[in-house]
Design a protein around this ligand. Structure first.
Ligand SMILES: [Zn+2]
Length: 190
């Protein structure tokens, strides 16, 4: 069972906001973008479309995958941000895909594992250098098949005992791992 200290280390800490990559052209008409104060915010504005370009968080899904020894599956990133660090398998949702489908697809692509979603562990946000804010959904997977092998965006994929987790790259991922541990400890206590 993880110690209070290891739970504390996984606690959510507020991260600084990031400004997304600068957009220069309207995605609808290709016109040049300026900035205007619209609807209570300083926003990108397309003069050709005569309308603001609304910017929103980008949704992504990730998975807490545990094995029968209750070890946790992590992948080692080989792409920015946080290249070289370990994190949960996951990635951005594609159009016309559900959060669950995105989670299962990313698990297969990054770690070569076919899994089944058991439950939602939480929803949170993470600052991102490209998009400003990523909206993260974390799911628990306890039923899966296959042998972990590094795939897209990963150099390694393997299970770690809960007491021996490496530093996890993202605050949101630590949040989901912590939620899993809290749920599991609550069940054990009950
Ligand atoms: Zn436009």
């Amino acid at each position: 069972m993880p110690t209070d200290a290891s739970l504390t280390a996984l606690c959510t800490q507020s991260a600084p906001a990031l400004t997304p990559k600068k957009k220069k052209h309207c995605m609808f008409c290709g016109g040049a973008l300026s900035r205007r104060f619209v609807e209570g915010r300083d926003r990108l504005y397309c003069e050709s479309c005569s309308s603001p370009l609304y910017e929103n968080p980008v949704p992504a899904s990730c998975v807490v995958v545990v094995d029968e020894e209750e070890r946790l599956l992590l992948v080692k990133r080989n792409v920015p941000p946080k290249e070289g660090m370990w994190c949960l398998p996951g990635g951005f949702m594609e159009l016309h895909e559900s959060p669950e489908e995105a989670a299962i697809r990313e698990l297969r692509e990054e770690a070569g594992v076919c899994g089944r979603i058991e439950t939602l562990l939480g929803v949170t946000t993470n600052p991102n250098p490209d998009y400003g804010t990523v909206l993260l959904m974390g799911f628990l997977v306890r039923h899966w098949t296959g042998v972990p092998v590094a795939g897209d965006d990963a150099d390694d994929a393997r299970f770690f005992p809960l007491g021996e987790l490496p530093e996890v790259a993202f605050q949101s991922h630590r949040h989901f791992i912590r939620n899993y541990l809290l749920t599991r400890n609550a069940h054990a206590a009950g």
